[in-house]
Ligand binder design. Structure first.
Ligand code: NAI
Ligand code: MG
Length: 479
């Protein structure tokens, strides 16, 4: 007998989406120059959600001017303990309004409510709590005895963890005494605009946080603005390289958190059932729209067949569909453009001779969907082993010796994350020592904590976010 899940949709009544949103500048919502707007949709249904102001360079000017005035007149003069109180207040409001944020994030982004409810929003609040505590203790952060903020920080974030990436950016910037101009991604602006309301609710002084919505041209206007002292960017490696070129020779400092092609390495002595769960978390969490995803599975050859059989059986149980349903594991792909990219890269996998497998699943007829997918017989030369797919697609390679695992794992232009699965502590330490990756998980994957620095080597970016290292990036002399 088979049992079916009854549908368990989360109600959307807690969310009040306005028909139109302005730019959040100097504590108020304002229309963009000329009244230009763009639409944001729900990628699971393609339903229109709201119209959002499209900021022109002159709007960015206004936001930077507001941030500068707030910095010099209010925020830099305020005792650090007082700054910390605002951050504690924001953290508490995020907790109080967690359900509203979780539902809105799921609607605008397409990720499952289980993840927004249990991961994105709690971690966003945790980032504010963690950094609130640092605000009046910065002289103990290891960046000198009287660390100073940069001033006005420009922050550009992607669509994969909209509110969480906002928190990674805004919490440390404010705790260290900077003011900010932040641009959310064009497909996911709504939780940033709700956060702007939280800033009003918390009584945050006007101009300390400014939120400008728009596309890459708005982002470029922030990067190139002479009134910006530091840039913090998370997104594609191509745009990150462009930002590095644009600020070269200027006094602006930057942190860049870019792409990845994380190796998840499974040794023959790994606890197999736990490993299967870790592989699933590594690649199917957030539809695989994760820079640190474990997208390259490296399996010791003698356990390949056993592991693949168990993995495929487990993947067949993944529930794909309505992101608002509490039983859903895999939600919608964030945009038609991202779906197109995933399709192109998986097509190249087939063309180059790898073997594609997906369980049978009924995908909704509207919206952007891609089934959980595994490629076996992948070699290092294949495009699907080298390029970031940023989707629910796992590439499986094999190795015979630990040395070969290291060589394959490090054979990538990226260096963001890696995973190690083994029963032996000594092997964890040996492997971690030889991996060139900023974040390494052992017998777990995709675990995040505000106290733990996050960032990469090589084309995965510059600098670290989170922990003391992340604070340093927002203080002069830190980076
Ligand atoms: P993207 O890098 O174009 O977008 C990220 C942010 O940068 C958005 O807010 C965007 O408006 C802004 N932006 C775009 N062009 C800019 C410019 N010239 N100057 C300043 N800001 C600019 O990434 P996209 O096109 O959404 O995704 C493409 C690929 O990038 C994905 O398939 C994935 O492989 C990778 N990616 C990696 C992320 C990560 O977390 N490291 C996040 C998002 C995408
Ligand atoms: Mg959207």
């Amino acid at each position: 007998m088979t049992f079916e899940y009854a549908s368990a949709p989360e109600s959307t009544s807690v969310v009040k989406i306005k028909p139109e949103y302005g730019l959040f500048i100097n504590g108020k919502f304002l229309p963009a120059k000329g009244g230009k707007v763009f639409s944001t949709i729900n990628p699971a249904t393609e339903a229109h959600l709201s119209k959002v102001a499209f900021a022109a360079p002159s709007d960015v000017d206004k936001a930077v001017a507001a941030a500068r005035t707030a910095y010099s007149k209010v925020w830099s003069k305020m005792p650090a303990a007082e700054r910390g109180k605002y951050l504690f207040r924001i953290a508490r409001i995020l907790q109080e309004r967690a359900r509203e944020f979780a539902v809105l994030e799921t609607m605008d982004n397409g990720k499952p409510i289980r993840e927004t409810r249990d991961t994105d929003i709690p971690l966003a609040a945790a980032h504010f709590f963690y950094h609130a505590g640092w605000a009046d203790k910065l002289e103990h952060a290891g960046v000198g005895t009287a660390p100073k903020p940069h001033g006005v920080v420009g922050q550009i974030i992607p669509w994969n963890f909209p509110l969480l990436m906002l928190s990674w950016k805004i919490a440390p910037a404010l705790a260290t005494g900077n003011t900010v101009v932040l641009k959310p991604a064009e497909t996911t602006p709504l939780t940033a605009l709700l956060f702007a309301e939280v800033c009003q609710q918390a009584g945050l002084p006007a101009g300390v946080v400014n939120i400008v919505t728009g596309d890459g041209s708005t982002g470029a206007a922030i990067v190139n603005h002479p009134g910006i002292d530091k840039i913090a960017f998370t997104g594609s490696t191509d745009v990150g390289k462009g930002i590095a070129r644009a600020i070269a020779g200027s006094k602006k400092s930057a942190t860049l958190e870019l792409g990845g092609k994380g190796a998840n390495i499974v040794f023959e002595d790994a606890p197999i059932d736990e490993t299967v769960e870790g592989i699933i978390t590594g690649i199917f969490f957030n539809q695989g729209h994760v820079c640190c995803a474990g997208s390259r599975l490296l399996v010791q050859e003698n356990i390949h067949d056993e592991l693949m059989a168990k993995l495929k059986a487990r993947i067949s149980k993944i529930r794909v569909g309505d992101p608002l349903d509490k039983n859903t594991d895999l939600g919608a792909i964030n945009s038609s453009a991202q779906l197109e990219k995933i399709r192109e890269l998986t097509a190249s996998g087939v063309e180059e001779g790898a073997e594609q497998w997906s369980p049978s699943c009924n995908l909704p007829s509207k919206g952007f969907w891609f089934p959980p997918t595994v490629f076996t017989g992948v070699t290092q030369a294949h495009k699907i082993a080298r390029e970031e797919i940023f989707g629910p697609v796992l590439s499986v390679l094999t190795f015979r010796t630990p040395q070969e695992a290291i060589e394959k794992a490090n054979n990538t232009p990226f260096g963001l994350s890696a995973g190690i699965w083994t029963d032996k502590g000594s092997r964890i330490l040996w492997t971690a020592k030889h991996l060139k990756a900023g974040v390494i998980w052992a017998n777990t994957f995709n675990k995040f904590d505000p106290a733990s620095p996050f960032g990469g080597y090589k084309e995965s970016g510059w600098g670290r976010e989170g922990g003391r290292h992340g604070l340093a990036a927002y203080l002069k002399g830190g980076h």
